[in-house]
Design a protein around this ligand. Structure first.
Ligand code: NAP
Length: 499
């Protein structure tokens, strides 16, 4: 552990406002850029989850009675502290996740934005008032906290996704049990320190480190955790949904993507190339919104390929802490092996490899997990590389004849997270934004770049109808309560005593 930024040897769980040492096993957290051991993370157990839930249950009762604008004050302080420590948080994020420092700063900023945005909800959290159907009667609906909620987050956006989930939960008056991914626990540790410094009452947020199969599963099964908000892979999400279904537990799932950029024959090619390269190779393609398909009008295909190949040459690859690098490592060996396996899949299916296709080796690259930006062309919509989430810097070009076909190809996958179209034709813009079956649509921009005050999530296999971020996130962490006040002084029966 040579990085000065890492000062602890072992992380502790954060339960009931205390740092609780763990007696059992630990896992090593490794910097994917150079293989360096960063810290040890506890592999907690069901008993640790039980302890956290007990604390959360008690804390939530008090927290829910705190006026929402007061709850929001704590979020304002959390946002301010995050802002003060933005560079420190960004450096740690790059070290444990690998994304380049510029992107890490962007992710931390997303968390800061979310803190201030959700703090604003403390003076909104709107319900509705509406006329009652009977005389001398008042009717309204209001949001009520759910109770203790569980959030389970992935390694690829270890801070942003946690803030999309925990901040709306906090402002709405819930208490939170947070299980971060084992690969990226340090951001959760830093956030817990910020919660403490901001004066969040003890037990309102509890961080329990450990494996999904232990800690995550114990959260899903726990009778006193009333909501599970999960972001991660489809396999895990489906399993969690099955269990929550049996337990009649509310579950919000944000899962994979197979996102496409459509390039029409009238597109601004310079802009399209920039948008595609940023969306496909940024974060080494390890974003749920990463572009992994380009659906291009056949008349534009050759020019686009030429320009993409030229632009890809400018992507410098290496340790994300070095400002000159534009692309960092893959998260771990398993991730790298999965990407490598798709190279053979693509070639065997008859796709043409235009660039890349291999793991970088030699010198410092041998210490980390680096895959070169890769471009396949002449890809057919039914090939596996055009349908499955590879989660790496691998892009497939699929030629089409017109917009209708482009939209059909875009929609004909199991996922529905993000899509984009480059065109200068206003009619095509409106047709596309109406017909693209994804939760997010971009026009003349790549497939990434969500803003926190809009809903984030997808259709079909990407989710189960809920959304993170924006006002929509409040629906996950609140129950609607309808309240009727009859001030007539007599029994009035709805639907019966209406004159
Ligand atoms: P993952 O393997 O499903 O893990 C996600 C989280 O679930 C981790 O904290 C993991 O814990 C936990 N987990 C694993 N097994 C579990 C179980 N049996 N019960 C409860 N929790 C369990 O996904 P990942 O590989 O980390 O993340 C990449 C995936 O996330 C991609 O598919 C990507 O598209 C998706 N993603 C989606 C969005 C979105 O908003 N749609 C955003 C970002 C990422 P451990 O890993 O610590 O064991």
């Amino acid at each position: 552990m040579s990085q000065a930024l890492v000062t602890e040897q072992k992380l502790s769980n954060y339960i009931n406002g205390e740092w609780v040492n763990h007696d059992g096993d630990y896992a090593s957290v490794v910097n994917p850029a150079n293989g360096e051991h960063l810290i040890d993370v506890p592999l907690s157990t069901k008993e640790d989850v039980d302890q956290a839930v007990e604390a959360a249950k008690v804390a939530q009762k008090e927290w829910a009675l705190e006026p929402a604008p007061q709850r929001a004050e704590v979020l304002f302080r959390i946002g301010a502290i995050m802002k003060e420590h933005k560079e420190h948080l960004s450096q740690i994020l790059t070290m444990e996740n690998g994304k380049v420092i510029e992107e890490a700063r962007g992710e931390v900023q997303e968390g800061i934005d979310m803190a201030f945005y959700m703090a604003g909800e403390g003076r909104r959290l709107f319900g509705h008032t509406t006329p009652a159907e009977l005389k001398d009667k008042f009717a309204m609906s209001q949001r009520a906290p759910v109770g203790v909620v569980g959030i389970i987050t992935p390694w690829n956006f270890p801070i942003a996704i946690a803030t999309w989930k925990s901040f709306p939960a906090i402002v709405a008056g819930n208490a939170v049990i947070w299980k971060p991914a084992t690969e990226t626990p340090m951001m959760a540790y830093e956030m817990a320190k910020i919660f403490e410094e901001a004066g969040l009452p003890k037990g309102v947020v509890n961080v329990v480190f450990g494996k999904g199969s232990q800690v995550g599963d114990a959260m899903v099964e726990h009778p006193n955790i009333r909501v599970i908000s999960f972001t991660g892979s489809n396999d895990t999400g489906r399993m969690i949904a099955g269990k929550c279904g049996q337990l009649l537990k509310k579950v919000s799932l944000e899962m994979g993507g197979k996102n496409a950029v459509i390039v029409m024959d009238d597109a601004d090619l310079d802009l399209a190339v920039q948008g595609i390269v940023w969306s496909a190779y940024g974060t080494s393609g390890q974003r749920c919104t990463a572009c992994s398909r380009v659906i291009v009008h056949e008349d534009m295909k050759e020019r686009l390929e030429e320009r993409l190949l030229a632009e890809m040459e400018n992507i410098t690859i290496g340790d994300g802490l070095d400002e000159k690098n534009k692309m960092g490592p893959i998260i771990n060996e398993d991730g790298l092996k999965k990407i490598e396996s798709y190279m053979e899949v693509g070639k065997n299916e008859g796709a043409k490899l235009l660039a890349g296709g291999y793991t970088l080796e030699g010198g410092d690259y041998d210490k980390g997990y680096y895959f070169v930006p890769t471009l396949f062309t002449d890809v057919l919509p039914d090939m596996r590389i055009a349908r499955e989430e590879i989660f790496g810097p691998v892009l497939s070009i699929i030629p089409v004849k017109n917009l209708d076909e482009a939209i059909e190809v875009n929609n004909d996958v199991a996922y529905g997270l993000s899509s984009s179209i480059f065109t200068q034709d206003i009619n095509k813009v409106f047709q596309a934004q109406r017909d693209l079956d994804t939760g997010i649509v971009y026009v003349n921009a790549g497939t990434t770049g969500a803003e926190i005050h809009l809903p984030f999530g997808g259709t079909k296999g990407t989710g189960n109808g809920h959304r993170d971020s924006g006002q929509a996130a409040l629906d996950v962490f609140t129950e609607w309560k309808a309240v009727y006040v009859d001030f007539s002084g007599k029994l009035q029966r709805a639907q019966i005593d209406v004159e």
